[in-house]
Ligand binder design. Structure first.
Ligand SMILES: *[C@@H]1O[C@H](CO)[C@@H](O)[C@H](O)[C@H]1NC(C)=O
Ligand SMILES: *[C@@H]1O[C@H](CO)[C@@H](O)[C@H](O)[C@H]1NC(C)=O
Ligand SMILES: *[C@@H]1O[C@H](CO)[C@@H](O)[C@H](O)[C@H]1NC(C)=O
Ligand SMILES: *[C@@H]1O[C@H](CO)[C@@H](O)[C@H](O)[C@H]1NC(C)=O
Length: 469
């Protein structure tokens, strides 16, 4: 009987609901009107108008110094790895690169950056290599790790469903992202669609992704050591993003690039780092790196230039990773991502008294006794073909069926050679610590390689002949 009500009360309720309904629309409509129409009330007018003028002026500001006015010029040739604007959007919207997506949805996946919430609605125009032109619906999806800032690394998925076009047919096509209400204007961006299908013979390759270099990154000697150590550990290629570099580091990278060891990509994203978007839009870089490397490597390691993952038993990381996967039966149950726990080796700690070496990795042997727990500053290696979305310390989304797991510290540890305490000051060095000489297993080999490489770089005029820090 609880549910029954007299007809009279039911009618009264219906009237009240109706009233609330009408009031809701009245209030809602009023809000919309005051937002849309320039109000005559000077105070309101100042507030709402000046805010939107400010946003428009700022949001449509173009890449090149902000002197041009409204719309960016039309894009003429397809580009890769250049931040290009999407014209006519309310909020700044940039696109960087485009890849074939076959796994989660049939699509062209575009690496972008725009407003975290309430991004403009966009569509894609695709020019296939057979000259067919398609207009596709697009899904805009903020990449999860955005620290709630106003702007975020973002995926634009140009959906191929109902187009009759298969993902692989988009390889080599050109694609443009257009604001949905500006579909008839000329595109202001044009990207080349790149393949992601793994090539044969890449299973044991290990490539490394590094977040964008900034503040004129200049740790020359350390960088030589870091590169050569990672090469000894089996890394054969590095993806790096250049926002700014010192001239000596630029020279060093150029040398490695000529040897085919580095893909160095430009990174001029016109969104203010740390204020509007998380650290240089690094999540756009990590995820660009994921898709860029997918066809070329069996393993991808995402680390920073002050970090090295040392295996405890094997001499190389591919050997470690292959061995970790081999312990799973059947093979299809093997994890696709392996997380390494972080241990700080503060450079503020004293040098190892038993070691006399110019190399930092051999002198700095003191580390936290207890490494951080998983996902707390951990870094990871993974099979790129099995990953959809990367974060800084773990993988946010794997392909259907794939899994990720932590690696025991008796198999490998992430050595984090930090210059400063995490929270400033110097108290961090009071943490319980221990001596760890794992790096010494590569001592002679590394010294040889660094010495040879440094001589080459000196000869190339990259740096003066002084033994560094
Ligand atoms: C109008 O907006 C400007 C900029 O936000 C502000 O400095 C000024 O005080 C405002 N004037 C009034 C009357 O609110
Ligand atoms: C596509 O168009 C270009 C330029 O108009 C032409 O040269 C080319 O032959 C066309 N390709 C095909 C497959 O029709
Ligand atoms: C790195 O980026 C800066 C700023 O755009 C540019 O001036 C410099 O030439 C770039 N260096 C390399 C090696 O690409
Ligand atoms: C990460 O580890 C540090 C050091 O052990 C600890 O102080 C901090 O609370 C941890 N953070 C999280 C989010 O667990």
């Amino acid at each position: 009987m609880r549910w029954s009500a007299t007809p009279y009360r039911a009618k009264e309720r219906a009237n009240i609901s109706c009233f609330i309904f009408i009031m809701f629309f009245a209030v809602f409509g009023f809000i919309i009107l005051t937002e849309l129409l320039p109000s005559k009330d000077p105070v309101t007018s100042n507030n709402s108008r000046s805010r939107s003028d400010h946003l428009q002026g700022w949001d449509s500001r173009s890449n090149a110094g902000g002197e041009e006015s409204e719309s960016p010029p039309p894009a003429l040739i397809p580009l890769d790895a250049v931040w290009q604007p999407v014209g006519g959007t309310r909020f700044r919207f940039y696109v960087y690169s485009a890849y074939v997506e076959r796994r989660t949805v049939a699509a062209v996946r575009i690496i972008a950056a725009t407003k975290t919430r309430g991004a403009d609605s966009v569509m894609c125009r695709l020019w296939l290599v057979n000259n067919r032109t398609l207009t596709l619906k697009a899904k805009v999806k903020a990449i999860r790790e955005n620290w709630n800032l106003k702007f975020s690394a973002t995926y634009v998925l140009c959906l191929l469903a109902d187009s009759g076009v298969k993902p692989h047919e988009t390889v080599g096509a050109s694609v443009a992202v257009l604001a949905t209400d500006k579909l008839n204007s000329l595109p202001t961006n044009l990207l080349i669609v790149q393949d992601t299908e793994p090539k044969p013979g890449i299973e044991e390759n290990l490539h490394i992704c590094v977040k964008p270099f900034h503040f004129s990154f200049n740790r020359f000697d350390w960088l030589v050591e870091w590169f050569e150590m990672n090469r000894l550990l089996g890394a054969s290629h590095f993806y790096m993003y250049n926002q700014s570099l010192s001239s000596s580091v630029e020279c060093l990278l150029e040398d490695y690039r000529k040897k085919g060891l580095i893909t160095l990509l430009s990174w001029q994203l016109p969104i203010l780092s740390k204020v509007e978007i998380r650290t240089e839009g690094q999540f756009a870089a990590f995820n660009d790196c994921l898709y860029r490397s997918m066809s070329r490597t069996g393993w991808l390691l995402v680390i920073d230039v002050d970090e090295v993952v040392f295996p405890r038993r094997e001499r190389t990381l591919p050997a470690l990773l292959t061995s970790l996967r081999a312990s799973y039966q059947p093979r299809s149950k093997a994890p696709s991502a392996f997380l390494f726990r972080n241990a700080f080796f503060y450079l503020l700690w004293e040098d190892d008294s038993e070691v006399n070496s110019p190399l930092l990795m051999f002198r700095k042997t003191r580390r936290w006794s207890t490494p951080h727990s998983l996902k707390n500053r951990s870094k990871y290696a993974l099979r790129p073909r099995d990953a959809v979305e990367l974060g800084n310390h773990f993988v946010w989304e794997l392909a259907p069926g794939a899994s990720s797991i932590g690696v025991n510290t008796d198999r490998a540890l992430l050595h984090h050679y930090r210059m400063n305490c995490e929270f400033g000051g110097v108290v961090c060095i009071q943490v319980p610590s221990t001596i760890d000489r794992t790096a010494h297993r590569w001592k002679d080999e590394l010294l040889d390689r660094v010495t040879t490489q440094r001589k080459k770089l000196e000869a190339a005029g990259c740096v003066q002949k002084v033994v560094g820090q």
